[in-house]
Design a binder for this molecule. Structure first.
Ligand code: SAJ
Length: 433
């Protein structure tokens, strides 16, 4: 470590988590090298620009790159602390794929030196940190590795999951509490000292496996609770009830807090991470597995309901509002809104348009469907049916006067004042008459 006591840091993976993390660490005064396999990403960051959309990230990256605190490269270099933030997808059988984590470990192993701290932040199945440790041990027999030596180890290895919410990443990176799981208690203490440089939230130490499970549990908890809301919305549909009204009333109970139904659960975390738990303990996870099924099933329910509405109005033009996986972000990965719109696009073609203020063009699956990307004003002028799939602020603020005549299927409950909301297929058909 240098004489100013600020560690040099290498962040591996400059995506939605890695880049903001690298920028926040750089803002604390540490010199940060960001590593990515994409030359395009590296070049963009070195120009002080960003390749993802996140509140306030552009100014922060421009500032730290300008001050020489953050640079990016495709080549690894020695550092004092390594933070790994690479993706952990799953395969078609929902088995977790930790190959990117192991590849990151392989990349940094040759430059590790005594005193270094290696921290894994990627969401990972239980035991991944130990697997990465074993791989480093194999590649670097010259180093004393934690958990594999009786002496004081040369390096420290810990697991510290990110838990930031897209759209609030910079704020949550600094203010959220962190769980820091060391391979040994000493490893946890070393990682703790590092996080204290830029985290204002409380940092709680534990072991690596408990920290790995904690991350999965947090997202599975949310998935199960959203599934409850989505199941209620389907029950309410069948019974001709307004689910939003029922939830509003139930949530007045001091110990009830039902989440919001939607067109399904998207993003690359909540729809993925519960499978890591199911895969690790298939016999013991009926609830978590069922919740996944309910949330995925909600997408199909929305498609069927939207189709019934549109088919009952053969002359009407349709606008699907939103493609993102949630409000006010440009992330379309694993998005239920995108799934629903593309299904409808195949069926209704040029009768349909999509409004997505965060997209410059429609995704590939809309090619040759005849569907157009329009703005909200054009949708309000030209379409009779509005299908709300994302609760972007620009949709939420459309006043009743501008949409009162529209037929609306509001899967997000953004327009509780709307007089012609479609609640069930029978009601949609009744509205047609
Ligand atoms: N959603 C609903 N109803 C709700 C809340 C969310 O339908 O009441 C939907 C959203 O529209 C979206 C999906 O769920 O499609 C997930 O959105 P989210 O805002 O709940 O979560 P993410 O995926 O953006 O971020 C989550 C967060 N985890 C938890 O809240 C437990 C975040 O803190 C994690 O850091 C992140 O996953 C991650 O990286 O794991």
């Amino acid at each position: 470590m240098k004489s100013d006591n600020k560690p040099d840091v290498c962040v591996v993976g400059l995506g939605y988590i890695g880049l903001p993390t690298a920028a926040v660490i750089a803002r604390s005064g540490c010199k940060v090298l960001g590593l990515d396999v994409s030359q395009r990403v590296v070049d963009t960051i070195n120009r002080g620009e960003i390749h993802i959309e996140e509140v306030d990230l552009d100014g922060l990256v421009q500032g730290v790159v300008g001050r020489g605190l953050l640079s990016a490269s495709v080549d690894v270099a020695p550092a004092d602390v390594f933070v790994i933030a690479v993706p952990t997808p799953f395969d078609k059988d929902h088995a977790p794929d930790i190959s990117y984590v192991l590849a990151a470990g392989r990349t940094i192993a040759p430059v590790l030196k005594a005193g270094d701290v290696v921290i894994l932040e990627s969401t990972s199945p239980i035991g991944t940190t130990e697997q990465m440790r074993d791989m480093i041990a194999q590649m670097r027999p010259d180093l004393k590795i934690p958990g594999l030596t009786r002496e004081t180890p040369d390096i420290s290895i810990a697991y510290c999951p990110e838990r930031v919410l897209p759209g609030r990443i910079l704020e949550e990176l600094t203010n959220n509490d962190r769980s820091i799981g060391g391979i040994t208690p000493r490893c946890a203490r070393k990682a703790l000292a590092f996080y204290k440089r830029f985290v204002r939230g409380e940092c709680v130490t534990t072991d690596a496996r408990a920290a790995e499970m904690t991350k999965l549990v947090e997202n599975a908890y949310r998935d199960v609770n959203i599934a409850f809301a989505n199941e209620l919305s389907m029950v309410a549909d069948r019974m001709g009830l307004d689910v939003w009204e029922v939830i509003r009333l139930a949530n007045r109970h001091p110990r009830v807090n039902i989440l919001s139904p939607g067109p399904g659960v998207g993003g690359h975390c909540i729809a993925v991470d519960p499978w890591f738990i199911v895969h690790g303990a298939p016999e013991d996870t009926p609830l978590i597995r069922t919740a996944r099924g309910v949330n995925d099933g909600k997408m199909h329910h929305v498609v069927a309901k939207a189709e019934a509405l549109v088919e009952a109005h053969p002359e009407a033009r349709i606008a699907c509002l939103g493609l993102a996986f949630k409000a006010n972000i440009d992330d379309f990965r694993e998005s239920p809104a995108r799934f629903v719109s593309s299904r409808l696009a195949r069926k209704f073609g040029s009768r349909m348009s999509v409004v997505e203020p965060y997209a410059a063009e429609l995704p590939i699956e809309f090619t040759d469907t005849g569907v157009t990307l329009i703005d909200i004003d054009e949708a309000l002028e030209t379409c009779e049916i509005l299908i709300v799939l994302v609760d972007h602020d620009v949709f939420r603020v459309v006043p009743l006067a501008e949409r009162a005549e529209k037929l609306v299927y509001d899967t997000r409950g953004i327009w509780p004042d709307h007089p012609r909301v479609v609640r069930e297929d029978a009601a949609a058909l009744a509205l047609a008459g």
